[in-house]
Ligand binder design. Structure first.
Ligand code: AMP
Length: 393
């Protein structure tokens, strides 16, 4: 990596500002339902503490409070969980900048501080320079370990780097290592699995990756726009009518590039989404019916392609996996991918990571990204502003 990493910093006796991604899911009682993002940040925090930093000052957002204080989006529950995982007290001030915060940090015995939700202030997402300067004034050096927000040029990911020496944390480094390797130098055959609701979200990815991949497997809601472009009947399945032409042109480009595009060929369909009992498996979708999962023949075909792969990147569930009756395709694919040996398997964040966790397949996957949007943008070939802004080596 051409950017400084936390290993390159001398943090002894220094105050270290670390941007983490503690945007964890909370239930109605404010219990954290998945603390993976907190656990993934521990190596950097523990390393900095071991190097005898004077203070570790953590900053994060949680949810989308849109510049207002929202009581149930405070970071205090995250602070409690962090205390448990670290085995030491964490100071949680009720704001993220200002004299009171500075004094509270100076007066505290705690080595670790978790400041309040950055997005309680509009200045964060506006990348306001004054706000970034105030954050920077709390510390001597900056570490970005929030891969999941590195595709955003916000005050805490971009602005702050203008005022402090800035390095990548271990999680950021790991994300770039796996995703970067897959993009730049994948072991072949390299297969991408795409799913999810929308074609429009994945066009840039497909165009960027076409020259690099052997096969692209397409399932989920986005498959129907491709099938429509081939003149197939898709009933009332998800369709982006204005993207049919784009889908057709992608299929042509793939053919020219000798990339094998594998589309779903049988489907679990329903008439009424809320009535899973009437679901059936079909090869041709009739008018009035809607595809909600891939069928058994498609699962077999997808697995056959995966069985020869050396690198697999998966982004997007292949069915409505949140509903048990429509989840078999995504579950079988997750189980199969996690059972493969000698394959580098990478799962994009967001829904796909949630699906893999739901089906207890995390163990067998090489790398599960903590950033849905950020991993998508890397695969689209974009430069992530939060990474580009770090200090060069
Ligand atoms: P995305 O946000 O684009 O990654 O889409 C994820 C969502 O796509 C999940 O919530 C799935 O339920 C949904 N999805 C996957 N397959 C289908 C389908 N065949 N029909 C409708 N929604 C789907």
């Amino acid at each position: 990596m051409s950017k400084l990493t936390v290993r390159d910093l001398d943090v002894k006796g220094k105050k270290v500002l670390i941007r983490v991604d503690f945007n964890v899911p909370l239930d109605e009682q404010l219990h954290i339902t998945d603390d993976r993002r907190i656990r993934e940040a521990l190596p950097t925090i523990q390393y900095v503490l071991k190097q005898k930093a004077a203070k570790v000052i953590l900053i994060s957002h949680l949810g989308r409070p849109d510049g207002q204080v929202v009581e149930n989006q405070r970071l205090a529950p995250v602070g409690k969980q962090l205390e448990k995982l670290l085995g030491e007290k964490v100071l949680c001030p009720k704001d993220c900048i200002g004299e009171d915060v500075k004094q509270a940090i100076a007066a505290s015995k705690e080595r670790v501080v978790l400041l309040e939700n950055l997005r309680f202030r509009k200045a964060e997402t506006k990348n306001d320079p004054e706000f970034a300067k105030s954050l920077a004034s709390l510390a001597d050096v900056f570490v970005n370990d929030a891969f999941g927000t590195s595709h955003r040029a916000h005050a805490s990911t971009h602005g702050v780097t203008q005022y402090l020496k800035s390095a990548a944390g271990f999680l950021l480094e790991k994300e770039i290592k796996y995703l970067g390797q897959a993009i730049d130098n994948p072991a072949k055959p390299f297969v991408i699995i795409l799913g999810g609701a929308k074609v429009s979200d994945k066009i840039a990815l497909i165009e960027n990756m076409l020259p690099k991949v052997s096969s692209i497997i397409i399932g989920g809601g986005m498959a129907y726009t491709f099938l429509k472009s081939q003149g197939k009947e898709i009933g009332t399945s998800l369709l982006e009518a204005e993207k049919v032409e784009t889908a057709r042109s992608i299929l042509e480009k793939a053919k020219a590039a000798k990339v094998n595009i594998v589309l779903s060929s049988d489907f679990v369909v329903v008439k009424d989404f809320k009535n899973p009992a009437e679901r059936k498996i079909v090869k041709e979708i009739e008018p009035g019916w809607s595809g909600v999962d891939i069928g058994p023949e498609t699962r077999k075909a997808f697995k056959a392609v995966l069985s020869t792969a050396k690198t697999v990147v998966w982004n997007g569930p292949v069915g409505v996996f949140e509903v048990k009756e429509y989840s078999d395709g995504t579950r079988e694919l997750a189980e199969y991918l996690s059972s493969l040996k000698g394959v580098t398997s990478i799962v994009g964040g967001g829904d796909t990571a949630a699906a893999v966790a739901k089906f207890n397949c995390e163990q067998g996957i090489t790398h599960i990204s903590t950033g849905g949007g950020a991993s998508l943008e890397l695969l689209e070939g974009k430069v992530l502003p939060g990474i580009a802004a770090l200090t060069d080596k």
